[in-house]
Design a protein around this ligand. Structure first.
Ligand code: HEC
Length: 114
């Protein structure tokens, strides 16, 4: 009986440690739902970023589709947080945390083109 208790504590601990490992240290949201690029990410980028980051703009970042958004994902997230990059949307204010966390979860889930 004692051994069983020990074993369950051990298993629980292991499960927790493994789950914890996969989550970025600063992730405050549980990414339970799968973020959908086509409905969660792209429309958000189109309404808040693409106006300035369309094809042929002079900013160095084109954010119009899955290919260019996913290859610039670190910069997109960093700029939305204003950490490591200039805060975007340019001139602020920052977008709501819930939107930033969606980008975070989308990246964590493998930047799916779903
Ligand atoms: C009003 C225009 C405008 C909007 C809206 C805008 N940007 Fe920018 N962005 C710029 C300009 C211009 C630059 C180039 C740097 C500069 O001139 O300040 C830039 C630079 C950047 C950079 C590089 C910053 C750095 O520090 O290297 C990233 C990444 C970026 N934008 C992402 C985004 C994202 C993501 C959004 C939407 C959440 C967004 N931008 C919205 C105009 C804009």
């Amino acid at each position: 009986m004692k051994n069983l208790k020990f074993l369950s504590v051990l298993l629980l601990g292991l499960t927790f440690a493994c789950t914890k490992d996969k989550v970025p240290a600063d992730l405050s949201l549980n990414c339970v739902d799968t973020v959908k690029f086509s409905t969660d990410i792209l429309p958000m980028i189109q309404s808040n970023c693409t106006g300035c980051h369309d094809v042929g703009n002079g900013t160095g970042y084109t954010l119009t589709n899955h290919t260019n958004i996913s290859s610039n994902a670190n910069a997109v997230l960093g700029s939305m947080r204003g950490s490591g990059f200039q805060l975007m949307p340019k001139g602020g204010p920052a977008l709501p945390d819930s939107l930033i966390q969606k980008v975070e979860c989308w990246m964590y889930q493998g930047k799916l083109n779903n």
